[in-house]
Design a protein around this ligand. Structure first.
Ligand SMILES: *Cc1c(COP(=O)(O)O)cnc(C)c1O
Length: 406
């Protein structure tokens, strides 16, 4: 059982009002809210030991370095990476993906193929298109069904010895679909292709085990899992991280620099040029601790309850269609919907007047919207600090807005 009352008290923002109404925050798939222990970790850093890391001999620098490296180990344990140096700190999922896409420039040739899924976020499409432009590789797309589920038979037929890379998200941010990533990875490895899984949307709901998955790269953002913005992670298998060239040049990533030749630092520093977001890394660690203290099993069970409750109540509204899998066990707590004849933007504006934060639009996944021939959807996404009472407020709000707009 989740101690929901106690949990809500730890999120100061949940006390605020919007347009005179208590805030109902259902835009968790875009960014999650921040609990007090994470806010405290941020304040503690700037108040007590703000210093640059890895360089100084002085006490503050050592304290900051220790905390930053402790955070790396927390992330390593959370995702069950074999080594802490396989965790690279980045500014977020987008940055992590670009790091890998950039690194593969020298490893791909014309005629090689890259496979992405039809369910991708733009940040997992555009960097690969740019990689294809640089290398002459071809981009192939795993199609999806009308229910927003990947067509695995089609995937199998796309794989060949030309396939060098496969990219797929663990959970779709636009539809909530949980993808069969274990199968995707196993099949890709059958043709010796590397796999990058975009875990940005899964990380707040599911604890991924990178060794059990045998995934080559797994990426996530702190701000979707109770941490700060501008901070993310890349897990990469040691063998791959050694093969990829550095992403950016600068301080921190070098072993020795002369004007004739520079040698690079060992992992993970090879990929961490310049002063990083030190506070962000430490706060990311605090966020992972916070979520693990509640427990991912508890979080998943409770969010599933919210998802089922909201799905049933919303579907009772006339003309309302939910996009994505009908089977809620194949979904994370994301509901993407439209009401016949009503533009999602208009719905979003009225809901905001009622204090309800939802996302409207294409959710950085225009190909998915094109597939369904819609301009966008209204997306309500839930976190473990949301309640059924809030869902009742959403349902009443949607009904009210529908009556005004129809
Ligand atoms: C949010 C999200 C991203 C992008 O994350 P950033 O933090 O903006 O870099 C990528 N993929 C998915 C599935 C997402 O939900």
């Amino acid at each position: 059982m989740i101690a929901i009352e106690n949990i809500r008290k730890e999120f100061p923002i949940l006390n605020r009002t919007v347009n005179g109404k208590p805030l109902v925050y259902f835009d968790n798939a875009a960014t999650s809210q921040t609990p007090q222990p994470v806010i405290d970790a941020i304040v503690d850093y700037y108040q007590n030991y703000n210093a640059n890391i890895h360089r100084g001999v002085h006490t503050l620098s050592q304290e900051a370095t220790d905390k930053y490296e402790e955070a790396r180990i927390k992330i390593q344990k959370h995702f069950n990476a074999a080594n802490s140096y396989e965790i690279i700190f980045t500014s977020g999922t987008t940055d992590s993906i670009n790091l890998v896409a950039n690194g593969f420039t020298s490893l791909l040739n014309e005629g090689n193929e890259i496979i992405v899924s039809a369910l991708e976020h733009h940040s997992n499409i555009v960097p690969w298109q740019m990689l294809c432009e640089r290398t002459g590789a071809l981009l192939k797309v795993i199609p999806m069904t009308q229910e927003g589920v990947l067509d695995m038979e089609a995937y199998k037929s796309l794989l060949s010895d030309k396939t060098k890379l496969v990219f797929c998200n663990h959970v779709s941010n636009a539809l909530g679909t949980i993808n069969p990533i274990k199968d995707i990875i196993t099949l890709a490895h059958g043709v010796n292709a590397a796999v990058l899984i975009d875990g940005a949307q899964a990380a707040p709901h599911i604890k991924a085990d990178v060794q059990a998955l045998d995934v080559d790269f797994y990426v996530a953002s702190a701000h979707k899992m109770c941490g700060p913005t501008g901070q993310g992670m890349l897990y990469g298998k040691e063998t791959w991280l050694k093969k990829l060239p550095p992403y950016q040049g600068g301080g921190e990533m070098i072993a020795e620099v002369t004007f004739e030749k520079t040698t690079y630092a060992d992992l993970p520093h090879k990929f961490e040029a310049g002063t990083p977001n030190i506070c962000g890394g430490i706060a990311f660690g605090a966020a992972i601790d916070y979520m693990n203290n509640i427990g991912f099993d508890v979080i998943a069970a409770y969010e599933h309850e919210l998802l089922e409750y909201a799905t049933e109540k919303l579907l009772a509204i006339e003309g309302l269609r939910i996009y994505g899998p009908k089977d809620t066990t194949q979904k994370a707590a994301v509901i993407s919907f439209n009401i016949e004849g009503i533009h999602p933007y208009d719905m979003g504006v009225i809901l905001d007047k009622l204090g309800i934060a939802v996302r409207t639009g294409h959710h950085c996944a225009q190909p998915i919207m094109n597939f369904f021939c819609i301009p966008g959807t209204v997306r309500a996404s839930f976190a473990f600090y949301n309640t059924k009472e809030e869902i009742d407020i959403l349902v009443a709000g949607v009904e009210r807005a529908a009556n005004m707009l129809r």
